[in-house]
Design a protein around this ligand. Structure first.
Ligand SMILES: [Zn+2]
Length: 347
């Protein structure tokens, strides 16, 4: 893999965005600074939002673009990428690594999924809009400035406030089998306990960073590493080891011995892989993450504090699979997702 990016093209794209870049991505060396997203707000009319960015470049070679904090309350990726950015030395890199550990920085500092500046969920804003609200401007910068530089993208997530995941990796279906296979290879190297190919129909569809990568035919891995707004050691270790394995396997980390490869279990998502609450109440989960469940198995009970003498609602699985995530906290509203599960080994 070798990226060639004519400089005038990059300069033209930098002209389109209102975000100021602190250094030249084409410069060799280890550079760090803050993107400046100028944003006029009630408390500061002419200030900017700082978004941390680190670039480590050494000669020719592929570019990896590493993202944490796409959602602000998902912490394993943010910490893993700050650790990695501090440790990366120019001499050990062949090519380029661009790291944005807290991509939606306002959301990270607020501890929220979406931005406090405009209420927008960055991973539902792609490809973004240079003239839009702050979150759309960030998405546009990524789509128009950073993705054209990238040969591969790693986007690290977790379950945030509303769910807890078993560490897993997902890749989007490409426009053809060859493109899908290139992303799937990243998941093989990443080595999460569970990996699957997403058709991009659930969640954010094509408005996600992974969706934008699929449009631009850039291999992309999305990982879910934990959740519940805490920081899991298992997820953090996987993020750090998995990213190093990918950088090493694709030749960017030339002189670093990567952590031992682990084998991922490939599964697929069926057409209906979510259980929802049909009443509001207190959810008592009866399942563990990663557990294999069969049809009829009770996923949990929903207790009804308004009607203490009524029996709790039973929520059951209608098909079999591995439990991928479950809802946190216990209080659920009608329509909330309680659990996702995945089925069948495919590779
Ligand atoms: Zn997320």
């Amino acid at each position: 893999m070798e990226s060639v990016q004519p400089r005038d093209e990059l300069a033209a794209r930098l002209m389109e965005t209102p975000i100021a870049t602190p250094f030249d991505y084409d410069e060799d060396g280890k550079q760090d600074g803050f993107l400046r997203l100028y944003h006029s707000r009630e408390t500061n009319g002419y200030g900017y939002v700082p978004i941390p960015v680190i670039s480590v470049k050494n000669g020719k070679g592929p570019t990896a673009f590493l993202v944490g904090g796409n959602h602000g309350n998902e912490y394993e990726g943010i910490v893993a990428l700050m650790n990695l950015a501090r440790d990366l030395e120019q001499a050990s890199v062949q090519g380029r690594v661009i790291v944005l550990p807290s991509l939606n920085f306002p959301a990270v500092m607020a501890g929220t999924r979406s931005s406090p500046l405009d209420g927008s969920n960055l991973n539902r804003c792609f490809p973004g809009d240079a003239m839009g609200s702050p979150t759309h401007v960030i998405a546009h910068y990524v789509s128009s400035v950073l993705l054209p530089l990238a040969d591969l993208v790693i986007d690290l997530h977790a379950g945030g406030r509303s769910s807890q995941f078993i560490p897993c990796a997902l890749v989007r279906e490409g426009r053809n089998e060859h493109e899908t296979a290139k992303s799937a290879r990243l998941a093989d190297w990443f080595g999460a306990p569970i990996s699957f190919v997403s058709k991009g129909k659930g969640g954010g569809g094509s408005l996600t960073l992974a969706g934008e990568c699929a449009r631009q035919a850039i291999p992309c891995l999305t990982a879910e590493l934990g959740g519940g707004e805490t920081l899991s050691q298992q997820g953090l270790k996987l993020a750090m080891d998995g990213v190093l394995r990918i950088l090493s396997q694709c030749g960017i980390l030339a002189s670093t011995v990567p952590p031992t490869m682990t084998t991922t279990r490939w599964v697929k998502k069926g057409p209906d892989t979510r259980l929802h609450a049909h009443v509001a109440g207190i959810f008592e989960p009866r399942i563990e993450l990663g557990e294999y469940v069969s049809p009829g198995r009770v996923a949990g009970l929903i207790h009804l504090p308004d009607f203490p003498m009524r029996k709790p609602e039973e929520v059951r699985f209608e098909s079999s699979g591995y439990v991928l995530s479950r809802h946190v906290p216990a209080l659920v509203g009608r329509g909330d997702e309680l659990c996702t599960f995945v089925t069948d080994v495919i590779r």
